[in-house]
Design a protein around this ligand. Structure first.
Ligand SMILES: *[C@@H]1O[C@H](CO)[C@@H](O)[C@H](O)[C@H]1NC(C)=O
Ligand SMILES: *[C@@H]1O[C@H](CO)[C@@H](O)[C@H](O)[C@H]1NC(C)=O
Ligand SMILES: *[C@@H]1O[C@H](CO)[C@@H](O)[C@H](O)[C@H]1NC(C)=O
Length: 221
């Protein structure tokens, strides 16, 4: 009974995992790029009505750090990509949904990132859903704040967790040592006590024996 339930459960899990793979999840983009390397600017907008036919076009905008306006840098429409800004010429590749006009993943890949790429990126989805007797337009905008660094820095969380790991390892060892010393001394003390007790008992036995003897002697006299 239990085994068959377990089997059913694992079967269900496998099914769900498969579903999850196919399903769309709006994972947010990384926000730290390393100068000179490539970087994937993530942007995902899931279609809520997966059964309805639709097409999407995507536009990317960029506002350099310290500037006021966004500039149009990239368009993706029916499988055709076009780079709209000279600053990004030959530096952008499509990393989003392929083989589909129904884009849910509009990620792009920046090649040879420079410090000038620091700023705010905005990806704009324009989606048309085709219902039986009407069309429905939806627009979704997502924003990525990109920071460019010379070398990959580590997140504070990872540093904190590493420190905590060392603290707990050292703490445990010290505790173990204290416990060992404590136990050792306790055992040693107990041993001494036992020895003393044994000696005492022997002494007392001898003493009482000799006392008896003495008493015997005294009585005899
Ligand atoms: C994104 O594009 C870059 C450059 O074309 C490629 O190297 C990389 O593998 C792509 N990544 C994904 C997840 O498609
Ligand atoms: C990017 O960097 C690679 C290697 O550093 C270089 O070969 C390539 O020409 C660069 N591409 C651009 C567009 O600057
Ligand atoms: C970055 O921007 C400055 C000022 O606009 C420009 O002089 C410089 O050449 C740019 N650097 C790169 C690597 O594009």
């Amino acid at each position: 009974m239990a085994a068959s339930q377990l089997l059913l459960l694992s079967l269900l899990c496998t099914l769900f995992v498969h579903r999850c793979h196919a399903a769309c999840a709006e994972v947010s983009s990384d926000t730290e790029a390393v100068a000179g390397k490539g970087f994937k600017l993530g942007c995902i907008s899931c279609k809520l009505r997966s059964e309805v036919e639709s097409t999407s076009t995507v536009e990317w905008y960029f506002r350099p750090k310290g500037e006021a306006d966004f500039v149009h840098i990239y368009t993706y429409n029916e499988g055709v990509a076009s780079i709209e800004s000279d600053d990004f010429m030959d530096r952008v590749d499509w990393n989003g949904s392929k083989m589909s006009n129904d884009i849910q993943d509009a990620s792009i890949y920046l090649l040879n990132v420079t410090f000038n790429d620091t700023g705010t990126y905005s990806c704009f989805f324009h989606r048309i859903l085709f219902y039986e007797n009407h069309e429905y337009n939806t627009d979704v905008t997502k924003v990525v704040h990109l920071n460019v660094v010379a070398k990959a820095t580590r997140g504070t969380a990872s540093i904190v967790s590493e420190v905590m790991m060392y603290v707990s390892i050292i703490g445990l060892q010290v505790w173990l040592l204290i416990e060992m010393i404590y136990c050792y001394r306790k055992i040693a003390a107990a041993g001494e006590e036992a020895l003393r007790e044994a000696a005492n008992a022997e002494y007392l036995a001898i003493a009482s024996e000799s006392k008896d003897n003495c008493a015997g002697v005294q009585v005899g006299e």
